[in-house]
Structures are given as C-alpha cells and as structure tokens.
Design a protein around this ligand. Structure first.
Ligand code: SF4
Ligand code: SF4
Length: 460
C-alpha cells in the first residue's frame, strides 16, 4: 500500500527522542538505590545458595519438581502457583489503591534494570550534558572508545543476567561449567541468549517505551486510583504562576508562585514528562522529580513539597482516607489468602503413594493355593529429608504383603518404585476386591498416605 505523501510528511508516529535523565540525589533516590541493590542481589545470588545438598531454589522442569529451600513442589502441588499468582495480583491491586504505582517506581524489573543500565552509561559517558555532547560529537577515537566500553558493559551484564535466569532452571554450577567448556546444549544456549538479549534491548534501548507502550499495568492502573490514592503530584495552587526570579525576592510581590521554572523536575524524569502538567499515565512514580524539586526549594529557601506524594483530596485541602472500603476489602482478601497459603503449605502431606498393577500378569495361582497379584508401589517423599517407609495393605481377609522390606529408604524429594506381591487365600475371594495400600514413615508415623488398587481373582 502506498502511503500518501501528506501522511508521511505529517508523520503517523513521532520519532522517539532519546531521554538523558539527569542524575539526582535525595531521600527517594536513596530508597530506590537500596531497593535496586536488594532486588538485584536477591536475583543474582539466590541460585548460588546451596540447601540440603542441592541448589536452594531450582525449578527443575525435566524432573517436574520445584525446589524452594526446604520446600519441594511436585506437579500435584502446582495449584500453589495459581494461588501465588492470585496473591501477587491482589497485592498489586492493594498497594496501587493505597500508594499508586509504588511497584513501578521501586520494584519493577524494567525500572530496576533500566536504572542499572543508566548507572553504567553514566559511569562510562559521564553526566547528562556530557552524554548529550558525546551523542552530537563526530565519530572519533574517544567516542568509539566510550560507546564501545558502554556496549561491552551492557552486553556482559545482559549475558550474566541471561545466565543467572537459566540458572534457576538448570543447576547453575553445572551451567557455569558447561559455559566455561563451551559445551552447553542448544536449549541452554538459546535461553541464555534470549534472556540476555531481552535485558539488553529492554533496559538499554526500549527503556521508558516499555512502560509507555508495552506494559498493560500502565494502562489499567488508573482504574484502581481514587481521590485517596497516593500519587506524585505538583501542587499547582502553590507553584503557579511559575517563573524565574532573583534570589531573596518575595514571589508574591512579583505575582509569582513557588515554581522557579528551572525544569529540573523534567530533566530528571526517566520518561521525559513534565509532572506540572498533571497526573500522566507515563509517570512511573519514581519520585526523582520530588528529590529534584526539594533540592531547588532548599536552595531558594522555600518549603519542600511543591512536588510531593499526596492524594487528590490532600491537594484539594480535604481530609485524607488511607483506610476505605476498597483497601479494607483488598486487605481482608489478601490476609485470608496468605494465611490459607501458609496453613496449606505447612500442613500439606509430604508423602504420597501411587499403586500401579503389574501389566504382565493379571494374577498367579500359587502351589500353596493362594492367589497372587503384583504391583509397583511408588512412594513419593516430598519432604526435605530422606525417610524410611513401611508398606501395608488391607481390604481382604488374610492379605499378605511381600516386598524387599521391611523398610524402604526414599531420598529427600524423591520417588521410589517398590515391586510388591500381595497374596490372598483363594477361599477369601468371592471375586476381585478393592484393596487399600498404605505407606507410613517409620520415625514419623503421623506421615502416612493411602492408595487404592484392584485385586484380581481368577473369577474376574
Ligand atoms: S513525573 Fe516524576 S515520578 Fe513521574 S516518572 Fe517523571 S520523575 Fe518519576
Ligand atoms: S523542579 Fe520544582 S521549581 Fe523547578 S520547575 Fe520543577 S516544579 Fe518548578
């Protein structure tokens, strides 16, 4: 399809202007730095922690087992994941209703990794103005060196991120060895490069565009806002009319508000918006503009808080309500779900049994006149410790259970198949019968599990 010239000239889409956020200090910036270090530290260190002879957190997809410190989740436990996702969604609703986009500003991976890439950029290319100057400068040796060094840092950090991510699914020490010896399999190579590439593109280039155009949360979060939600806002009644003034002059005598129109709040904004235009969906609530404006207010000797965390009611001078029906409902639901999850996890049965019939023979008639059926009893030990088990069965008079026992050792987080022969006197059987197989932990008799099976008789 040919695009009409007028459309091309008018521009269907505005070209992206690269944003060079100015570095800022301040109390909220300190909080964000602490949050970023804590979250990055957790992400990069956890796969290296050992627990009970294995990796503490390992999502072992081939074995269909998720190890999370002392907890091993089996396919039967995957409803916990659904539960966790519901809790995560509800937490997001709760904290958004309470404090707006707290998650975006302090804990979202896109924010945290972008911030890390910005640190590296500043480390190599210098301050905002130096970066802008370098971007305009012709390609000379210094520019190639600086841009090359930045790319090297970004790519190395991205690959380390991809490696760490895959280390949650493949034992990370083995993975490190495979990478060091260039012997990774195709899937490991693909996922390391895929997640490394995603980190590089999202945090190095896409940056605020992910928040503006790709993140669904940015679009629907405003539906969870009300006039008592904490937002980052500019106090228009205090700041306007804005304008430059000489230090020490009373702004009221000049008909001015407190905003000196220094545009620092815009320069530090990672999404490039002007908070003075009101609440915008592009605002990720990073609070950089608060720190910038507080610094300016300190310099000109005005009270802090021209840009601040406040609610719509607060700005209008009306009473604020942190506790309101919506937050109570979210808090109660969240509390209930968390308590339920904690109870279920701590009270779940950590042993299980599956009884499978031997498919080679339905039954066998023994010389002593008894009927014999053979089963494979699979003992599941989901506990973080190894245990010894006994196997018993009931359901038919005179039922004898014969296996290589009397104790069966099953390792922590393991399944052990045990061939079991069951014998019943012929006269006790009118036909086939349902039997119940029970397994029990020797040193903790309260840990027991039962499974059903069919005992086949010749008359069946
Ligand atoms: S407007 Fe302020 S809080 Fe919002 S993204 Fe920009 S700097 Fe951060
Ligand atoms: S930083 Fe404060 S004083 Fe400066 S332009 Fe922004 S709102 Fe006005």
């Amino acid at each position: 399809m040919t695009v009409p010239e007028a459309q091309v000239e008018g521009g269907l889409y505005a070209a992206r202007q690269k944003i060079y956020p100015r570095e800022i200090g301040g109390r909220f910036q300190r909080l964000r730095t602490i949050a970023a270090w804590a979250l990055l530290g957790i992400f990069y260190l956890i796969p290296w922690i050992a627990w009970g002879g294995r990796q503490a957190v390992l999502f072992d997809l081939p074995a269909r087992k998720f190890h999370i410190f002392g907890l091993t989740l089996w396919p039967q436990d995957f409803y916990f994941l659904t539960w966790l996702l519901v809790i995560a969604a509800l937490s997001l609703f709760f904290f958004t209703a309470l404090a707006g986009r707290l998650f975006c500003g302090y804990a979202c991976p896109q924010t945290v990794w972008t911030e890390t890439f910005l640190w590296m950029e500043r480390f190599v290319e210098g301050s905002r103005s130096q970066q802008m100057k370098l971007a305009k400068a012709p390609w000379n040796a210094q520019k190639i060196l600086r841009k090359g060094a930045k790319q090297f840092l970004w790519i190395a950090f991205s690959l380390w991120t991809g490696f760490t991510f895959v280390g949650y699914f493949t034992p990370i020490r083995e993975l490190a060895h495979l990478i060091a010896t260039f012997s990774t399999g195709p899937w490991e190579t693909f996922w390391v490069l895929f997640y490394g590439g995603a980190t590089y593109v999202n945090a190095g280039f896409m940056r605020e565009q992910v928040c503006k155009y790709m993140c669904p949360y940015a679009r629907f979060q405003s539906a969870m806002f009300d006039k008592d939600t904490l937002i980052i806002t500019y106090d228009e009644s205090r700041g306007e009319p804005r304008g430059a003034r000489k230090k020490g002059i009373d702004p009221k005598s000049k008909g001015l508000g407190d905003c000196v129109d220094c545009t620092l709040c815009v320069q530090v904004c990672p999404t490039g918006i002007d908070i003075r235009k009101g609440l915008q969906y592009e605002c990720i609530a990073c609070a950089a503009c608060i720190d910038a404006c507080d610094e300016v207010m300190d310099k000109v000797g005005y009270p802090r808080g021209l840009i601040r965390y406040d609610t719509q009611h607060g700005i209008e001078g009306r009473p604020k309500h942190v506790v309101r029906p919506r937050t109570i409902v979210y808090a109660v639901l969240l509390g209930g779900l968390l308590a339920g999850l904690a109870w279920t996890v701590t009270h779940r049965n950590v042993v299980g049994v599956d009884v499978l019939r031997d498919r080679n023979a339905l039954f066998r008639e023994r010389a002593d006149g008894r009927i014999e059926n053979v089963y494979n009893v699979k003992i599941l030990n989901k506990d973080g410790e190894a245990h010894e088990f006994t196997i018993g069965a009931s359901g038919v008079p005179g039922l004898e259970v014969d296996y290589a026992g009397p104790k069966v050792w099953v390792g922590a987080g393991s399944v052990q198949g045990v061939p079991v022969r069951m014998r019943v006197p012929r006269e006790a059987l009118a036909g086939g019968a349902d039997i119940e197989v029970a397994i029990q932990v020797v040193d903790r008799p309260e840990l027991t599990a039962r499974g059903k099976a069919r005992f086949i008789a010749p008359s069946d």
